[in-house]
Write a protein that binds this ligand. Structure first.
Ligand SMILES: [Zn+2]
Length: 112
């Protein structure tokens, strides 16, 4: 992200997105979010001819925190990791006996 500005009604972000096909080529994507939703502009060839381009998609995803990116000061930002799903409160049972974690992982020691 190059910069982010807030004018009271909308947030405008300017992103630099690297080209997949042309090494070193960067495109500028302008993402504007306001009460009406999200709009984006890109200066690549596809967007200029009204086709969908992935740069805008990438900028939107990064803007929403779903892609790693650089913030305006150049620090790396990572998507927030989803917390692991909590273990089920009720373990399955076999023949009325609760299945223990050790049984599920096969680490049951049997006494001889
Ligand atoms: Zn584009």
């Amino acid at each position: 992200m190059h910069r982010s500005t807030f004018d009271g009604q909308s947030i405008r972000e300017v992103w630099a997105v690297g080209s997949r096909s042309v090494g070193g080529q960067m495109y500028t994507v302008d993402v504007c979010r306001d009460a009406a939703g999200v709009e984006s502009l890109c200066d690549c060839q596809a967007a200029l001819t009204d086709r969908i381009c992935w740069h805008r998609c990438a900028a939107r995803e990064a803007s929403a925190g779903r892609l790693p990116c650089h913030n305006p000061t150049g620090s790396r930002m990572h998507p927030q990791r989803r917390p692991a799903a909590p273990a089920p409160a009720v373990l399955p049972t076999i023949g009325g006996k609760p299945v223990t974690q050790a049984m599920l992982t096969g680490k049951v020691r049997r006494s001889a």
